[in-house]
Design a protein around this ligand. Structure first.
Ligand code: FES
Length: 140
């Protein structure tokens, strides 16, 4: 498999791996296609993501995309984070092989699931804000 240097870098040296105690939002998503799982933890102050950590039991592309996604959302506002797409994460990594595109969807889903959890904990209906968590088209 031909991975870009950035993918290899984030795979071999992933950023923001771990858990956050007392996280404000936790999202766990699974990939129906391969069975891989990703868990994302967010610390939110006001409407800014002040910290983010993730754990992935998944393939190299899943690790690399989660790592890149955490770097892209740290310090951003919720509104900015909601615009993050798996495509943007892939572009930041200089692309992924076509068979690995579904792995990048996991990162986007995990971020949105964590924000959904955050709003639920606050007693706010998440759907009008976060929307429906996108499905991975490859996984059906
Ligand atoms: Fe499962 Fe990549 S093969 S997330």
């Amino acid at each position: 498999m031909n991975y870009s240097e950035k993918v290899m870098d984030h795979f071999t040296n992933p950023r923001n791996v771990g858990e956050i105690e007392n996280a404000d939002g936790i999202g766990e998503v699974g990939n129906a296609k391969c069975g891989d799982i990703m868990k994302m933890y967010l610390k939110i102050d006001g409407d800014v993501i002040t910290d983010v950590k993730f754990k992935t039991f998944g393939c190299g592309a899943a690790v690399a995309t989660s790592s890149m996604a955490t770097e892209m959302i740290k310090g951003k506002t919720i509104n900015e984070v909601l615009k993050l797409t798996n495509k943007a994460v892939m572009e930041a990594l200089d692309g992924l092989p076509p068979v690995k595109v579904h792995c990048s969807v996991l990162a986007e889903q995990a971020v949105k699931a964590a924000l959904t959890d955050y709003y639920k904990k606050q007693g706010v209906d998440p759907e009008p804000i976060v929307g429906i968590i996108p499905d991975c088209e490859d996984c059906h």
